[in-house]
Design a protein around this ligand. Structure first.
Ligand code: ATP
Length: 314
């Protein structure tokens, strides 16, 4: 009870708040009335196609560009010239920048100095966390794309900031690296860090983000929790029989909403059909329409994402 209450209180601290952000580049609307908040310990995923406005939001959050209008607060403090909490923020924006002639270790030492850190152990820790240890003496320019991304993340994490803002953090990583970074972010959030990240891959973001904001054409078109997302995926029962015409008659007579698709499968969209496919199987078998196949189809996340965007564009 006490732990639950403490957790609730912790989650209610808002680390990022934006209010009605607008940003135009000429005729391009890069941000239109964007209001979001991210609580402490939360991972917020900002999802959108290329050009949707993700990097623009991230650059505004980091004070790299100014919004045309609207306000941003980090740690409850308005982002303006006198904002003094940059040491509490770690970030990775677009292509991870490093000094190409310097080794991985030297690159991290530069950041160590810049951040005026006092604990040498932080460098070893981050090298280990990002599996960069064996590359410590390799020049940054000789790193693979994935390892350059790891170095970018290492710089973002070096000073153990309570807030991480990461633009496409898994860009260029191999599947193993994606899982490692995902687990690292989940661990960091578990121990109280707050993370805002962007991606154009919904299936990826849904594995790590507690809440997801879908952005399209600079507008936040949907915001939901990871659980709400899985509840919104379209499901249907697909059936093929030796006599689809007869099967359709039976299904309609039993009150199902069904039609035949171009693959000669019957699609049944009633939630009852996906919940109790055995009832549909029994109905058809009893009537002599022999089943060839019967399975529950669940829309994948990318299909959902594209459907949502298409519906909004109409
Ligand atoms: P990507 O996944 O491709 O990085 P994104 O969602 O991060 O895309 P943004 O980089 O924020 O999208 O771009 C949003 C829109 O604003 C795009 O149409 C882009 O061309 C435009 N844009 C961004 N920065 C500038 C700029 N400095 N000058 C002109 N247009 C810009």
């Amino acid at each position: 009870m006490c732990l639950f209450f403490t957790q609730r209180l912790k989650n209610q601290v808002q680390i990022i708040q934006t209010h009605s952000l607008y940003k135009h580049f000429g005729d391009t609307v890069a941000a239109h009335d964007i209001s979001i908040h991210v609580n402490q310990g939360e991972i917020y995923g900002f999802l959108g196609l290329n050009g949707a406005g993700k990097t623009t939001l991230i650059r505004m959050l980091l004070g790299m560009i100014r919004p045309d209008s609207g306000t941003i607060q980090l740690f409850g403090q308005e982002l303006h010239r006198r904002f003094d909490k940059w040491n509490e923020v770690g970030y990775l924006v677009e292509t991870p920048y490093s000094y190409p002639q310097l080794t991985v270790l030297e690159n991290l030492r530069v950041y160590y100095q810049l951040r005026q850190l006092k604990n040498q152990g932080l460098i070893d820790l981050v090298l280990e966390q990002l599996k960069l240890d064996k590359y410590r003496n390799i020049q940054a320019k000789a790193l693979s794309l994935g390892n350059q991304q790891r170095l970018g993340l290492a710089k973002a994490l070096l000073h153990r900031p309570p807030l991480l803002i990461l633009d496409e953090p898994t860009n260029g990583l191999d599947p193993e690296g994606i899982v490692e970074v995902r687990n690292l972010l989940l661990d960091l959030a578990q121990s109280g860090s707050t993370i805002l990240l962007s991606s154009h891959i919904l299936s990826e973001i849904s594995k790590v983000a507690h809440r997801i904001g879908i952005v399209h054409g600079g507008t936040l078109i949907q915001e939901m929790t990871a659980q709400e997302l899985s509840g919104q995926l379209m499901r249907k029962l697909l059936v093929q029989t030796t006599d689809n015409a007869h099967a359709l008659q039976l299904l309609h007579a039993a009150g199902y909403s069904a039609h035949e698709n171009q693959d000669a499968e019957i699609e049944i969209s009633n939630p009852d059909a996906t919940r109790y496919p055995e009832r549909v199987a029994a109905l058809l078998m009893d009537s002599g329409a022999a089943l060839r196949k019967l399975y529950v189809f669940s829309e994948d996340l990318e299909m959902y994402f594209l459907r949502t965007i298409r519906n909004t564009a109409q």
